[in-house]
Write a protein that binds this ligand. Structure first.
Ligand SMILES: Cc1cc2nc3c(=O)[nH]c(=O)nc-3n(C[C@H](O)[C@H](O)[C@H](O)COP(=O)(O)OP(=O)(O)OC[C@H]3O[C@@H](n4cnc5c(N)ncnc54)[C@H](O)[C@@H]3O)c2cc1C
Length: 530
């Protein structure tokens, strides 16, 4: 019998959502934080631009709410927006208290940047490495806390629900009791039994061929929740970042929106500035509009990329404001961001949809919570405003922790968690074929379910993904579990969820653009729930 690890809080994910939650509840019980790679390998670590929070007198929370509602194109949940953005200033104090050092100006005042869709300068940042600074501070706090234990290279496979357990359940149902976790270094599966299970597993952008995300972003939490029958919402709303460095065959790298906020312009292969043609806000229009503008310009001119032009700005200021991006461009493509044109393309970046939650992170399953990018709180609606996601993760993790502090979870009696079942497993050697499936999913999603969609393309994608989905499920059932196989299974589920959701929305709204339904329709002024 494999050992069972018991926790009060099982937090799956070590980004801003998981760690900030862990730090808040640690004084109330034993917290186990699970991370499928090194604990610092998260989307959080990659965030460059910053975190949005009102902090100047000429700004107000009402203006921030208004900007968020405009970007969200009618689908924001007003209560979530109001809660999240009103919390922001207090939650920034938490970050500073945990040791996050935001950039200050010469007078010692926090420097505030402006990004697309924001009417005011309100983005706190740590140069252009904001996420790395947040990750560093939270991780060092969590490691120093005796009530928090971090399990690196441990990958959650599936949730443990009442279908798995034996014992007296007092006729309760739809409950989460923890998760089966694969220790990828020792290749064994351990059941983690928990009073509270928190999915803080981040996004799913790796389902697309081009993505700004690190490899961990395979949508595991959403896929696990979906398999357990938990409600999932708005998976069609995928944000494509307009400007990822164009460097074919190499790891993708984000060219932050903050460069456009600083005055950078987008030009085509002829050197012509084109964004004013598409929107009067030009380069600072919301991301969906800029991404579609670039996509249209590339298609019209049959070019592989467009260019970001910073050459008209003060060279020293550009380099000192964006040291990390300057270094990356110099080293990877031998370009000086203040003197050369930087080639850029759109890439999948952020999921507005995810596991449906209340304002306290509660999912549709008892004792199961979701926070951060894996969750759908309703704050972003049909399109996320830049730098609102770190803030959302922080604010809603706080509220999920408060929920526990105010009201303890229900006890469902004694249960026996069975060990991981490997009966009927044959060690199949079709791995090459399975690997090939992952590339195929990413290509299908990029070609047919990307920035611009149509019914015909979505149906074509659906037929292909259904085949792969079935093939992967069959292979999974008879194979020894591995990290790569679990991720492939999750990617195929995510692809299926996106396509199914997109096919239900016969309109164009926010990030979801259909050539055959180019306008918004009031009939679709609602979430897509699976
Ligand atoms: C390049 C880039 C730039 C960005 N810039 C900004 C910005 O400037 N401002 C902003 O607000 N947002 C930005 N974002 C978005 C923001 O970074 C993310 O939305 C946010 O960090 C998500 O935090 P999270 O805690 O939900 O997930 P993450 O930080 O992604 O953490 C997910 C965690 O879950 C773990 N995990 C996943 N699956 C499993 C599993 N099966 N088992 C165990 N562990 C698992 C991972 O190992 C990881 O520890 C950016 C994103 C990217 C990629």
């Amino acid at each position: 019998m494999s050992k069972i690890i018991k926790s009060d809080f099982l937090v799956i994910g070590s980004g801003i959502a998981g760690l900030s939650y862990a730090l808040k509840v640690a004084e109330y019980g034993k917290v186990h934080v699970i991370s499928k790679k090194d604990a610092g390998e998260t989307n959080t670590s990659f965030a460059q631009g910053g975190i949005a929070s009102v902090s100047k007198k000429n700004d107000s929370v009402e203006k921030h709410i208004q900007d968020t509602l405009i970007a969200g194109a009618g689908l924001c949940h007003k209560d979530a927006v109001e809660y999240g953005l009103s919390e922001a200033p207090e939650r920034i104090k938490d970050l500073i208290g945990w040791g996050v050092k935001f950039t200050k100006d010469d007078k010692g005042v926090y420097d505030l940047a402006k990004e697309g869709g924001h009417s005011k300068h309100r983005i706190l940042h740590a140069a252009d490495l904001t996420g790395a600074e947040i990750q560093r501070a939270l991780l060092s706090k969590a490691k120093a806390n005796p009530n928090i234990e971090i399990f690196e290279h441990h990958l959650a496979i599936d949730l443990i629900t009442e279908h798995h357990v034996l014992g007296n359940l007092q006729s309760a149902f739809n409950i989460c009791f923890g998760a089966y976790i694969l220790c990828t270094k020792e290749n064994c599966v351990v059941p983690f039994q928990a009073n509270y299970t928190i999915l803080a597993t981040g996004g799913a952008s790796k389902v697309f061929l081009h993505s700004t995300n690190p490899d961990i972003a395979t949508g595991d939490g959403v896929a696990m929740a979906y398999r357990a029958g938990v409600r999932i919402a708005n998976m069609e709303f995928v944000q494509f970042h307009p400007t990822s460095l164009y460097n074919p065959g190499k790891r993708s790298f984000l060219i932050s929106e903050a460069l456009r906020g600083f005055g950078g312009r987008l030009v085509n292969g002829e050197g012509e500035r084109f964004m004013p043609k598409y929107d009067k806000r030009a380069e600072l229009a919301p991301r969906d509009i800029v991404a579609r503008g670039i996509d249209a310009e590339m298609k019209k001119r049959n070019e592989d990329c467009v260019f970001l032009d910073m050459r008209h700005l003060n060279s020293d200021e550009v380099k000192s404001r964006f040291p990390n991006i300057a270094k990356w461009c110099q080293q990877s493509i031998d370009k000086d961001i203040s003197k050369d044109l930087i080639p850029v393309v759109p890439a999948a970046h952020y999921f507005c949809g995810g596991i449906m939650t209340s304002l306290t992170g509660q999912t549709s399953m008892q004792n199961l919570f979701a926070i951060g990018e894996a969750a759908h709180t309703g704050l972003h609606g049909a399109n996320r405003l830049a730098s609102n996601s770190l803030m959302e993760a922080l604010a809603f993790s706080h509220n999920a922790a408060l929920k526990f502090i105010r009201k303890r979870p229900r006890n469902f009696g004694t249960v026996i968690i069975p060990e991981w079942d490997e009966s009927g497993i044959v060690d199949e050697k079709e791995w090459v074929l399975t690997r090939h499936n992952q590339k195929e999913i990413q290509n299908i999603m990029w070609d047919y379910v990307g920035i611009v969609r149509s019914k015909k393309q979505l149906n074509r994608a659906k037929r292909r993904i259904q085949l792969i989905y079935q093939e992967v499920e069959d292979y999974y059932k008879k194979s020894k579990v591995s990290g790569e196989l679990v991720e492939l299974r999750n990617l195929s589920a995510i692809a299926f969820l996106i396509i199914t959701s997109a096919l239900r929305r016969n309109e164009s709204r926010g990030l979801h653009y259909m050539t055959d339904f180019p306008n918004k329709s009031d009939k679709f002024l609602k979430d897509t729930i699976i």
